[in-house]
Write a new protein. Structure first.
Length: 494
């Protein structure tokens, strides 16, 4: 509504636009004289009639109320604004508040970033609160290495969280005052190349002041050509009250068997010399066998810490924790299916959650149900297929077989996913062929060449059963219904 009365200062000329000619039809709702005329009228009255002080104050208050109260004037010769015109400013304001395409793109990027941060399967975990199901193993490392000053070997299947465990332990040891030096081993490394980075990163504060120059020269010579005995002699001047921890990650990648022999000798000499240096090796089960074969006496100086699969409730905790940080929701059936396919593997649980959550975010949705998850498993398998096309082709061919064969394959995959190997079976060996390798010294067990493969095979079986409705083995639909009941409070374990 148009305001007829501009704001003016008392005793000053009105700052109003040029007056318009009013028609006789212009009727004020509250007819009052013009404010300037009102003031001049009262000023003339005071001068001519000699009004009292009381009359003057009353006049001023009356004029002030007249000025401050809103006055609406209706001009009948002007067109009346329609309801559309009244809504136009509101619509314009709503349009101004609506997100622009750039803002929508920014929100989408932020949502994707949250998913990546919540389900990052490509990098080790660095926060202790996110290391689900490994509290007991972390405590074993603390007791063996930090308190007992022993060597330790963390071993298990690839993708089981060994590196995450080692790095979180290293962060904690660093906070406790230990010097922690970490690196990942290369396949073609020799002992000199393996040990050189550790020697070069020992801080001078770990060496007595009078020995530092000699220590630096000695280390420079050792880096060129070293043996376990030479390295231990070079470390002899270290201060006994400083604790140094070497972490050899991915030691199982080293191809030269002689390197394992030299490392075993190095560990034995360090323990015999009682130097303040402990070694944490991260590898697989075969690593322990190789080290003990070289030096059986290492059993007295090394703490073996096997890393198996985590419990189903810990996989569920990974799903729920990541879903909260990614601002998505997995329904009961989809969560139960992830638990079933991951088989205790933190890596696979995060991978499947990542693909599903990313798909939901790209659809601008926050809810993940079973059909969306099945499609995400298909995409995860297709990505892995690009990296391992031979095994993927064998899996696709095997899954397309009859129901009894599918049950045999699923049982083998579930066993391998949980225990890294399964009992040798001629029918399974014939179906999966070159994707398998011999496991164990007795030759009665088989394992997948690719440690990631068992869960990928289980994912493919879940996809096939969702498409065809096959119900052999661990029934897809039955498990989904049971999972829904469990997650809704039917089982206290969850």
């Amino acid at each position: 509504m148009w305001r007829a009365c501009p704001v003016v200062a008392l005793g000053a000329p009105a700052l109003s636009p040029e007056p318009q000619r009013r028609s006789r039809a212009a009727l004020p709702l509250h007819p009052r004289p013009h404010r300037g005329a009102l003031l001049m009228h009262y000023e003339a009255r005071l001068a001519d009639e000699g009004g009292s002080r009381w009359w003057f104050l009353r006049t001023v208050r009356t004029a002030w109320r007249w000025l401050t109260e809103p006055r609406d004037v209706l001009f009948l010769d002007r067109p009346i604004a329609s309801a559309v015109d009244d809504r136009a400013p509101v619509a314009a304001e709503q349009e101004a508040l609506a997100p622009t395409p750039a803002q929508k793109a920014s929100d989408q990027h932020q949502a994707v970033a949250r998913v990546i941060a919540a389900f990052d399967a490509a990098h080790p975990i660095r926060q202790r609160s996110k290391l689900h199901g490994r509290a007991d193993k972390l405590e074993e490392l603390f007791n063996a290495v930090l308190l007992g000053r022993q060597h330790a070997l963390v071993y298990g299947a690839r993708g089981s969280g060994k590196t995450s465990l080692a790095q979180i332990f290293g962060d904690h040891a660093d906070q406790r005052g230990a010097v922690v030096i970490y690196t990942a081993c290369e396949a073609s490394t020799n002992f000199s190349e393996l040990i050189a980075p550790y020697l070069g990163h020992i801080p001078p504060s770990c060496v007595p002041l009078q020995e530092r120059g000699h220590f630096e020269r000695w280390v420079a010579q050792v880096e060129n050509a070293s043996t376990p005995r030479v390295v231990v002699d070079a470390l002899a001047p270290l201060l006994p009250d400083r604790q140094i921890i070497f972490i050899f990650d991915e030691f199982d990648r080293v191809e030269d068997a002689h390197v394992a022999n030299q490392v075993a000798t190095f560990l034995k000499l360090l323990s015999d010399a009682q130097l303040p240096v402990s070694v944490l090796i991260v590898g697989i089960a075969d690593t322990l066998d190789e080290l003990l074969q070289c030096h059986p006496s290492l059993r007295r100086h090394m703490a073996p810490i096997p890393i198996g699969r985590i419990a189903d409730e810990d996989i569920a905790a990974i799903i729920d924790d990541g879903a909260g940080r990614a601002s998505v929701v997995f329904d009961a059936a989809s969560r139960a299916e992830i638990v079933r396919v991951a088989r205790g593997s933190p890596y696979h649980a995060q991978l499947f959650c990542y693909v599903a959550a990313l798909e939901a975010v790209q659809r601008r949705d926050s809810r993940i149900d079973l059909p969306l998850l099945i499609g995400s498993l298909d995409r995860a398998f297709a990505t892995w297929e690009l990296l391992n096309p031979d095994d993927a082709a064998l899996f696709r061919s095997a899954v397309a077989r009859s129901a009894p064969d599918l049950t045999l394959i699923e049982d083998a995959a579930r066993s391998a996913a949980m225990h890294d190997s399964f009992a040798a079976s001629p029918p399974v060996a014939a179906l999966l062929g070159e994707s398998l390798r011999q496991a164990g010294r007795a030759g009665n067990r088989l394992a997948f060449r690719d440690a990631v493969a068992p869960q990928m095979l289980l994912a493919l079986i879940a996809i096939e059963r969702a498409k065809t409705g096959k119900q052999d083995g661990a029934s897809f639909n039955t498990f989904a219904v049971q999972g829904a009941r469990i997650y809704q409070g039917g089982d206290a374990r969850w």
